[in-house]
Write a protein that binds this ligand. Structure first.
Ligand code: ZN
Length: 276
């Protein structure tokens, strides 16, 4: 699933092609892609409008329209964005197509059909409950200490909770916990202030590096021009089960935490006894 670096990379590449281009028509190839309003209204409200501003919040892409409504897109597992010549044949998994005034199409392709489009007057309706952006000043050790206090859930699961911090998924949670040398099953409320500071910094560092590398391509993620990211070459533990830890050589171990595949170094990320 695309996480913060992938969503930001896609949005940055897409923006110059779609900004200030009136939407001539909307082709709803699969109506289920529209979460709200009902699909007929969705198409009617978008036709003739243009995107005047783009932004990202967590894993959501936000497009402000010239009538102050917002189009919001979430790629979920397999969603992809492309801007192509309108004459180019549709692909089997194209779900939503915006015909733009300059003769090109903005296409949302999604094999697994989990991706969604929203059209709302107030973006808070969709993104209002998200936690802070991890690269913002609001994501600070004091904030993390406050939200983790007394939490008994595994820190890995808490990092994936978008209400705690927005935009982190399975890949960057594992990489950040390794960098901070914290066991993924450690209950959130048992982290020391030193560990919380290390984790906050690890998250910021990993995400900044992944942004610079245009994201991580393991299977589905592509930039809008079809090219891949490069951060997969920098992964230390994610999907490296059995391979030597880059730091100490111990084989990387895989466990399942909250239903998610989790990778860590059993030598350097030790589960601490819980004090009562
Ligand atoms: Zn190690």
């Amino acid at each position: 699933m695309p996480e913060l670096p992938e969503v930001q990379t896609i949005l940055d590449a897409l923006t110059p092609h779609i900004l200030h281009q009136p939407i001539r028509a909307v082709a709803l190839v699969w109506r289920g892609v529209v979460d709200r309003p009902e699909p007929t209204l969705f198409s009617a409200w978008l036709t003739g409008r243009q995107v005047v501003h783009t932004a990202r919040r967590g894993k959501y892409m936000l497009f402000r329209l010239d009538n102050d409504r917002w189009l919001i897109l979430h790629l979920r597992m397999t969603g992809k964005m492309r801007v192509v010549d309108a004459h180019e044949p549709w692909r089997p998994h194209d779900r939503l197509i915006f015909h733009l005034a300059h003769g090109r199409d903005w296409r949302f392709e999604d094999q697994r059909k989990f991706g969604r489009a929203y059209l709302v007057e107030d973006p808070a309706e969709i993104v209002g409950a998200l936690g802070p952006e991890p690269l913002s000043a609001a994501f600070h050790p004091d904030y993390l200490a406050q939200v983790l206090a007394r939490r008994t859930a595994a820190i890995k699961s808490l990092l994936l909770d978008q209400r705690i911090v927005a935009g982190i998924g399975n890949i960057y949670a594992d990489e950040a916990l390794f960098r901070a040398r914290i066991h993924p099953l450690q209950p959130g409320g048992t982290l020391t202030p030193t560990e919380i500071t290390a984790l906050t910094q690890a998250i910021k560092t990993i995400l900044t590096q992944a942004l610079a590398e245009m994201g991580t391509t393991l299977r589905d993620y592509r930039r809008p021009d079809g090219s891949v990211g490069a951060f997969q070459n920098r992964l230390q533990v994610f999907r490296r089960t059995g391979q030597p830890c880059p730091s100490c050589g111990t084989p990387i171990q895989r466990i399942v935490v909250g239903g998610r595949s989790t990778h860590f170094c059993p030598q350097e990320q030790r589960l601490k006894p819980i004090e009562h």
